[in-house]
Design a protein. Structure first.
Length: 324
């Protein structure tokens, strides 16, 4: 069955493939969610709530967002851009102060209309890509006293490039969340990239400590090839009719019953468009409250590293930058 599903996904660019996927979207979603490889990092399902702070409107929504997360007792992962950290240091400091995780989201978010409209991350030279990652990291250390251990490619999915893994590895990073579920052989379960290929075996004592985990982004229950993010849900396909909370509850149910890894991201400004606090309560009411973990917690669960050590300075980036 996994073979058939992979064939179908591989044919998504053909007319027949698109028709088949459009005919049975719910089936494709249920199938992929239920057939996902078991994670070598944990037993059962997990949920990661992530937020990309891409625009000033997103940063303006941070107080509301933090209030909702505090009330629900959830920790979340915030993908942050170096330039916006410089512009709005206080909003970013509040995120760190409330115990959430900062994910390196590059220095200028290449293709961001306000910061760097003429570039795309995957089209940059390697040295330029690395510079984007390093400058964001240095900004986090300087202004937030926080050393990220994870990265998200601006726009991931279509702009995904495995070129990041050796860079992240060299920089001492532990994970990335930059792919879609269908781009991975595990159908969205976390996996590692090492020496030019995906690796998905359990991590034992002898595994290389430098291997980088990838946490693939989940698909929409109604449109499995699209990321289940709020941009898709509120500004694209579902805007006129979708019930985002009901779709979200389906993901949470599959997390509980099938061990599905729910990795979703929200644009913070969209959390003002609906009852976000109610969506967080839904997670608790479904009995999945304990399943909500940040990426750092998920990596730490395996490596027995306490996530709260994150704020301690890690290896200095300056020494790596000077190598080229
Ligand atoms: Zn972004
Ligand atoms: Zn959808």
């Amino acid at each position: 069955m996994n073979f058939l599903l992979r064939q179908l996904v591989a044919c998504r660019h053909t007319r027949v493939g698109r028709k088949l996927l459009a005919l049975f979207p719910r089936h494709v979603f249920e199938l992929y969610a239920a057939r996902q490889s078991p994670s070598p990092l944990w037993d059962g399902g997990r949920i990661t709530l992530s937020f990309d702070l891409d625009y000033p409107e997103d940063i303006a929504a941070v107080p509301h967002l933090l209030r909702c997360l505090r009330e629900a007792h959830f920790k979340a992962s915030f993908a942050c851009i170096g330039r916006w950290i410089e512009e709005y240091p206080d909003a970013h400091r509040r995120i760190v102060d409330e115990g959430h995780e900062i994910v390196n989201h590059s220095y200028t978010h290449p293709d961001n209309e306000l910061l760097n409209p003429d570039n795309r991350f995957n089209a940059l030279a390697r040295s330029h890509q690395r510079d984007e990652i390093e400058r964001c990291h240095a900004t986090c250390e300087r202004l937030l006293k926080y050393a990220p251990i994870g990265f998200r490619i601006p726009h991931f999915g279509a702009l995904f490039t495995p070129a990041i893994y050796p860079m992240l590895q060299a920089l001492g990073y532990r994970y990335s969340s930059s792919t879609m579920w269908w781009q991975t052989p595990t159908l969205g379960a976390p996996l590692r990239w090492s020496v030019g290929q995906w690796v998905n075996e359990s991590v034992g004592e002898d595994s290389p400590p430098s291997a980088v985990w990838e946490f693939p982004v989940s698909g929409c229950p109604e449109h499995p090839l699209n990321a289940f993010d709020t941009w898709h849900a509120f500004r694209m396909t579902h805007a006129p009719h979708g019930d985002y909370r009901a779709l979200f509850r389906r993901c949470v149910t599959l997390c509980r019953t099938k061990g599905f890894y729910v990795n979703v991201y929200f644009d913070p400004q969209d959390t003002l468009r609906f009852d976000f606090a109610a969506l967080l309560r839904d997670i608790h009411e479904s009995g999945a409250g304990e399943a909500v973990k940040t990426y750092a917690e998920l990596v730490g669960a395996n490596e027995r590293h306490a996530a709260h050590n994150l704020r301690l300075p890690q290896r200095p980036f300056a020494s790596l930058s000077s190598q080229g």
